[in-house]
Ligand binder design. Structure first.
Ligand code: URA
Length: 196
């Protein structure tokens, strides 16, 4: 984690951002949620929904509750992970962020990654996958398979918890994918780093 003052400056700058049209209607800029700014895992979703916009916290609505349940069921420690999104302001009606909105916001996310230095990035759903990996990959094809970024981090693509709320099969698959993340985290904690 970079110096705390750098992080505080980053938070202040995000809160003042007017880099895209989403700034107009926001109640809060949603920077992220987590107890540890040096967490080994970064979970990345799409963008804030209504509850997130109102509270300024990432993943606190229905999808977030499911994500918390899943992380607890798999015995992750809250200090293991930090949760954030591709865009930090709520897209109207929870639509997918436009490309220009995502592009305007990505430098903030990159800064967050540089500060937190996660060893694992979990792409929650197709929007995160599109902007972090490649716009031509399909979540249904690649989910559950590690994507390597040697020297930086490994990426685990899985479903967005909203998709898992709609489809119990996806919930099970998401659980299986996150089990792989848990196993790799155990290796990391023992000091074994694979794939880099
Ligand atoms: N969906 C997301 O992608 N992010 C949130 O923070 C909440 C819901």
């Amino acid at each position: 984690m970079k110096a705390k003052t750098d992080w505080d400056e980053f938070v202040r700058a995000c809160k003042n951002c007017t880099g895209c049209g989403l700034a107009k209607n926001r109640n809060n800029v949603v920077i992220g949620r987590g107890t540890n700014l040096s967490a080994k895992i970064m979970l990345i979703g799409e963008g804030p929904g209504e509850q997130e916009d109102l509270t300024g916290q990432a993943f606190v609505g229905r999808a977030g509750k499911l994500l918390d349940l899943l992380m607890d069921a798999l015995m992750f420690d809250p200090d293991d992970y930090y949760i954030c999104n591709i865009v930090k302001c709520r897209p109207p009606g929870n639509r997918e962020p436009l490309k220009e909105e995502a592009m305007a916001c990505l430098p903030w996310l990159r800064y967050q990654v540089r500060c937190i230095k996660p060893e694992i990035i979990v792409c929650l759903g197709s929007t995160a996958l599109k902007y972090i990996v490649d716009e031509n990959v399909r979540i249904t094809r690649v989910r559950g398979n590690w994507i390597e970024r040697p020297g930086f981090f490994r990426i685990m693509p899985t479903y967005h918890p909203s998709a898992a709320l709609r489809d119990p099969n996806k919930k099970e698959e998401m659980y299986d994918d996150m089990k792989k993340v848990r196993e790799y985290l155990k290796e990391l904690k023992k000091g074994i780093k694979l794939g880099s």
